[in-house]
Design a protein around this ligand. Structure first.
Ligand SMILES: C[S@@+](CC[C@H](N)C(=O)[O-])C[C@H]1O[C@@H](n2cnc3c(N)ncnc32)[C@H](O)[C@@H]1O
Length: 228
């Protein structure tokens, strides 16, 4: 990605937002880790995309949050708190955008990563990024990238790490929680949730079946409790 492509109003706003939220030093750390990630694979995940500029055929469009790739520094910090063996685990990103979290999960050695995204443009960018990522990383991770609404995704029996990087509001999150519980009831197993930048969305934290294992300024790590 050419340097000029990342000098735009949206990225400038993102930097100002982060300076207000986490200060100058941490913002600088975010910028460097994001730039290094895209430069390493020569892909674009940095540029944000507004949902109004994308073709999305879903009643949940109004409840969705615009695309912004998960910061590499935050991802590594939070995911390392999840007590699962990546090589035996399946990572699902609800609202996977251009695929950044999927690629970072693959770098950590997850057996399989699944991305669910409702914008066809972002799915196409993600699939193009995946080709480049596979060629450069020689990752053995199995990938599945689905073009669909996250609330309609039937969660597979082996999925055990559910990843949310501020994709949608509480109403949609509650539907996804119903799907997680249904999947668990059919196949009880260890299930973890990473919910980054919840921005007031307390659906997981409030839910009696989820236990907060770690709380940080960047979000929550939770574990699904067994049914009584
Ligand atoms: C903040 S971005 C997260 C990007 C990605 N998880 C990452 O880490 O790089 C939120 C994403 O969720 C997607 N999204 C929002 N609502 C959705 C829904 N109901 N179903 C599927 N995708 C959704 C948006 O299109 C956007 O790409």
């Amino acid at each position: 990605m050419a340097l000029l492509e990342i000098i735009n109003v949206e990225n400038f706003r993102k930097v100002l937002r982060n300076i207000r939220r986490v200060g100058l030093v941490t913002t600088a750390r975010y910028i460097v880790s994001d730039l290094l990630f895209d430069m390493k694979y020569k892909i674009d995940t940095i540029n944000t995309e507004q949902l109004d500029n994308l073709s999305i055929d879903s009643p949940n469009k109004k409840d969705g949050i615009y695309y912004e790739g998960t910061n590499a520094y935050i991802f590594q910090k939070m995911i390392s708190l999840v007590k699962l063996e990546p090589s035996q685990s399946v990572f699902v990103d609800f609202g996977s955008g251009k695929g950044k979290a999927l690629f970072m999960a693959a770098e950590r050695g997850f057996r399989k990563v699944i991305g669910v995204e409702f914008s066809i443009e972002l799915v196409e960018i993600c699939r193009r990024n995946l080709e480049v990522f596979k060629a450069k990383s020689r990752s053995k991770t199995e990938f599945e990238i689905l073009h669909m609404d996250a609330s309609e995704y039937e969660i597979p029996a082996d999925a055990n790490l559910m990843f949310f990087s501020n994709p949608f509001n509480e109403a949609v999150t509650e539907k996804v929680i119903g799907n997680i519980l249904r999947s668990y009831d059919q196949t009880p197993r260890e299930v973890w949730v990473v919910h980054l930048h919840p921005q007031g969305n307390m659906a997981f934290v409030r839910h009696p079946r989820f236990e907060v294992r770690h709380e940080a300024p960047e979000g929550y790590i939770l574990r699904l409790k067994p049914a009584n």
